[in-house]
Design a protein around this ligand. Structure first.
Ligand SMILES: *[C@@H]1O[C@H](CO)[C@@H](O)[C@H](O)[C@H]1NC(C)=O
Length: 544
């Protein structure tokens, strides 16, 4: 028996001795693991509280300081090259209609060139406020999306070559200056460097005296000079133009002297177009009606749904409620701020969730089941607060059963490589970290069916409509690596009792149960497994 998959390779070649060793190791592990887990628990507690807002802000890539010479190089004369300078991004774009030739039928044939300013669509008295709100949202958005691999890092000349190791980025078919290039070589008669690329060309934005350039405008450019300082000044003006349109890739650039060679990449990608939500100005801290939509899916249980709506209205009279309904004979659900979407009969659980969230126009939506009941403990403000102040995308609350027991259903999800047969999915109850500043909240991978999510991010993941009858974990598995998830146990919603005495069940209850809790002979579970197998390429799953 193996207590751990200890690779034999690491233990020597003889099968027998490795077996004995494995056994000893097992025995040792049986003693050490619980002990070390205990220590781990005791000693790592404080450091396990993390700040989930602590990412550095992205830097402006159009920073003009790339041209700033060091003191040593400041005396070297150079001449700007207008044709290359014009290609560089300037952070001062304008929309102007192009001048057109006055040929007959031009407009009919080609359409009329136009330019529109969007600010003019905003009420003038609101413009300043709106602009401020937009910048605020944009700043938070940038911090959420910023990735440490986007940061510019320059490798100082440990070898004689200095170059950027990461953080150089060009928009498709556009031009940039490559920052940080330099040579720190020993005394030589002639200093020579070469840059070569495969998806673009090099040029110089300015010409420096005493430097010879070969291959300007080509994929391989060579610079040489008897004077190292002049060469280094010239290297500050090297531009790169992407010539092959293939976004979300990178050009691997080689930077070489005769003896040394370095490689770095230039990311080729479109600017990320943000999706921001204007939640209006508000005197109160969070205006829940303008920030949050409550979304649910119902099937047959109109009595339960009405109880949910009544309970929501006690605390949030004007928040919009979206209901996706795939009942066979749908009943109209009436009331202010209610949108009911009727779907084809029995379309299913995830299809309904998908439809409901596709109609959300607020920054966040709160997912609830149709048999939940709001209480004074159901404080949406608390969930909004943590999403506003951290980089989390989704945060779950707690669901309280009639017995008083409540659950947050926190799960950690891991995927292990499994070769040709597919990978292994593992779920464990629990969480990764506590969250600084939010003592009731933790970071985890999956939560209960009661959560507040960023609409934009949840739409990126979507609810797979193929999961018609049962599904929960599937959404979080699809969201792994996309959603940053938290869970707070101090925002609690009540669950209408699931416990029914058989003789008190109504016809609706019975029919609902037939759909929602299918017998094992039903193939619903099988559908989920087939999707795990094919769509997610898993071979198996373990959980606790
Ligand atoms: C909250 O938002 C709603 C909907 O956008 C709006 O009608 C209401 O006036 C706002 N309330 C406050 C106090 O700002």
């Amino acid at each position: 028996m193996n207590c751990f998959p200890v690779p034999n390779l690491a233990l020597g070649t003889s099968g027998n001795s490795s077996m004995r060793l494995t056994r000893k190791l097992c025995a040792a592990l049986v003693v050490i693991v619980p002990l070390s887990l205990l220590c781990f628990h005791i000693f790592t507690k404080p450091s396990s509280v993390v700040n989930v807002w602590n990412r550095e802000a992205p830097k402006d890539l159009l920073d003009p300081s790339v041209f700033q010479p060091s003191e040593k190089l400041s005396h070297i004369p150079f001449k700007w090259k207008e044709d290359v300078l014009q290609l560089l991004p300037k952070n001062s774009c304008k929309c102007e209609a192009e001048a057109t030739l006055n040929v007959p039928f031009r407009q009919e044939l080609f359409g009329k060139p136009y330019a529109v300013e969007f600010a003019s669509s905003i009420d003038e008295s609101q413009l300043d406020e709106t602009k401020k709100r937009r910048e605020q949202e944009y700043k938070k958005y940038n911090i959420r999306y910023h990735n440490p691999t986007d940061r510019l890092i320059i490798a100082k000349a440990n070898s004689p070559l200095q170059y950027p190791t990461q953080g150089v980025e060009v928009h498709p078919l556009k031009t940039i200056i490559i920052p940080g290039l330099s040579l720190q070589d020993f005394l030589k008669k002639v200093y020579k460097v070469t840059l070569s690329a495969t998806m673009g060309t090099f040029n110089t934005a300015a010409e420096v005296e005493g430097v010879t350039i070969k291959g300007a405008g080509e994929r391989r450019i060579t610079l040489s000079s008897p004077n190292l300082d002049n060469l280094n000044r010239q290297l500050q003006f090297i531009s790169y133009t992407n010539t092959i349109f293939n976004p979300n890739t990178a050009d691997i650039v080689k930077f070489q002297t005769d003896e040394h060679s370095a490689t770095f990449n230039i990311k080729i990608r479109h600017p990320r177009v943000p999706k921001l939500y204007d939640s209006g100005s508000s005197n109160s801290k969070y205006n829940i009606s303008s920030l949050v939509t409550i979304a649910t899916k119902t099937f047959l249980r109109y009595d339960k749904l009405q109880n949910l709506i009544d309970s929501i209205r006690k605390y949030y009279p004007t928040v919009t409620i979206i209901i996706a309904d795939d009942s066979e004979k749908p009943q109209k659900v009436e009331g202010p701020f209610i949108e009911q979407y009727i779907m084809p009969y029995g379309k299913g659980w995830f299809a309904g969730r998908n439809l409901a969230i596709s109609q959300v126009t607020t920054k966040y939506f709160l997912w609830v089941d149709d048999d939940f009941i709001f209480s004074p403990r159901t404080k949406i403000e608390k969930l909004v607060d943590i999403l506003e102040k951290t980089t989390l995308d989704l945060v779950g609350g707690a669901v309280r059963e009639i017995t008083g027991y409540y659950t947050t259903y926190r799960q950690m999800i891991s995927v292990f490589p499994g070769g040709k047969e597919g990978d292994c999915l593992m779920t464990r109850q629990g969480y990764h970290h506590a969250i600084e500043g939010f003592p009731n909240c933790v970071v985890t991978d999956g939560v209960v069916n009661f959560f507040l999510a960023r609409t934009e991010k949840a739409l990126q993941v979507g609810f797979d409509p193929r999961l018609s009858r049962i599904g929960h974990l599937e959404f979080f598995v699809d969201g792994l690596g996309i959603l940053h998830i938290g869970s707070c146990d101090d925002v609690i919603v009540d669950h209408a009792s699931k416990i029914h005495l058989p003789w008190s069940k109504t016809e609706t209850d019975k029919e609902y149960a037939k759909f929602r809790y299918p017998k094992s002979s039903d193939n619903s579970q099988n559908v989920n497994h087939i999707l795990f197998y094919f769509k997610n390429r898993f071979k198996c799953m373990t959980g606790n």
